[in-house]
Design a binder for this molecule. Structure first.
Ligand code: ADE
Ligand code: ZN
Length: 375
């Protein structure tokens, strides 16, 4: 600023004309100024919500062998190496066969608690501040393990995540879609005494040939019970399954959903209604939904204005937890920038079923990491 003479002889500080840039644009400019070199440390440090994680899919080979040993069971593999060599999946079903077999070492409450704590420890190290965790009761009750055993162990792990790690954690009970509607209803009945210990229900397992319509009445009942609703759709199945998950099951989030891009009108609807997609890039490559990470459509989903998030799915089987998903995807897709990293983390909070106050707190912590105005 430079002084200017006035008619009465006094001087006045004249303000240069500085263009007023709205906060939103200032934020975007700051984000765009962040170099790619800084991305890995920002991806690591940013607080995150994990919204698509099957707890049985976090069972690491070493833990699987340890549980088998302590429960007096034998696995059809001699070593961790031999087991890992079997993790060469060709599609979703080839994975699910091994995943259900792996879960058969879980027998006691302590197994479920230990598995949960192993996951929460890794999630905390990845700066996950909130996790909504799937569990598959039917893969345990079918083996004679009671629903109570499963929910007691997992609830204890969620409580410990809160008290020992300062992480917020909640459970979502999934129905296996290759099983019948009657079996899903029976599972729901069994779960009802524990109604306060899970926040919602989901739908997982073999997608092809098992459309959402099969579970319309079960989801309607869950809705009446005030449960939150999500479903896997558009992973291997067609975009029509995403539509029926929304219209028939009335879900609030779509798990995966990456095949929505085959239906442009559906993409527009997802963007307009801000329906979150819980995307799992490493899973999509391992299960051959995409041939490689370079072909993944995450950048296109964000570009279309969708509320996409990044998640782990089954990290013990797919090569990494949430941060690994972020690192590898950002390292592989040049279109992804700091602005996308911020957007993905922010979308995770928006898409979560947490309280508004918690969401705001995490959002402020995220803004502080990116040193944005108001943080
Ligand atoms: N159960 C565990 N992981 C799954 C996936 N990626 N799709 C469907 N069901 C699952
Ligand atoms: Zn999944």
């Amino acid at each position: 600023m430079r002084p200017s003479g006035r008619r009465d002889g006094s001087t006045q500080v004249r303000r240069e004309k500085i263009p007023v840039i709205p906060v939103m644009y200032r934020m975007a400019m700051k984000l765009d100024a962040i170099s790619r070199e800084r991305l890995p440390s920002l991806l690591r440090a940013m607080p995150k919500a994990e919204l698509h994680m099957h707890i049985e899919g976090s069972l690491e080979p070493e833990l699987m062998f340890a549980f088998a040993r302590r429960n007096g069971l034998s696995l059809p593999y001699q070593s961790v190496e031999e087991l890992c060599a079997a993790y060469a999946f060709t599609n979703l079903q080839s994975f699910l066969d091994i995943y259900y077999a792996g879960a058969s070492v879980l027998l006691r409450e302590q197994d479920f608690e230990d598995m949960g704590m192993a996951y929460f420890g890794r999630a905390a190290a990845d700066n996950v501040v909130h996790a909504e965790i799937f569990f598959d009761p039917q893969s345990h009750t079918a083996r004679g393990v009671s629903f109570e055993t499963v929910i007691n162990g997992l609830t204890r792990a969620c409580e410990r995540a809160r008290s020992e790690l300062g992480m917020s954690a909640a459970l979502i009970m999934c129905f296996l879609r290759h099983l019948s509607e009657d079996e899903a209803f029976a599972t729901l009945e069994e779960a009802l005494p524990s109604r306060g210990r899970f926040i919602g229900v989901g739908l997982d397992g073999s997608e092809r040939g098992h459309p959402p319509e099969k579970f319309a009445r079960v989801f309607a009942r869950c809705r009446d019970l005030g449960l939150r609703l999500v479903a896997h759709a558009g992973e291997e199945g067609p975009p029509a399954y995403v539509r029926s998950a929304l219209d028939v099951l009335k879900v609030e989030r779509i798990d995966h959903g990456v095949r929505c891009v085959e239906d442009p009108a559906l993409v527009q609807r997802l963007a307009r209604e801000r329906i979150p997609l819980t995307v799992c890039p490493l899973s999509n490559v391992k299960l051959r939904v995409f041939r490689s990470l370079a072909e993944h459509n995450l950048a296109a989903l964000l570009g279309a204005g969708l509320c996409a998030t990044v998640n782990s799915d089954d990290p013990a089987y797919f090569g990494g937890y949430i941060n690994q998903n972020f690192y590898e995807t950002f390292a592989t897709l040049p279109a992804l920038t700091a602005r996308h990293a911020y957007q993905l983390a922010s979308n995770g909070f928006e898409a979560s079923f947490a309280d508004v106050a918690d969401k705001q707190r995490w959002q402020h912590a995220l803004d502080a990491i990116f040193a944005l105005p108001g943080s």
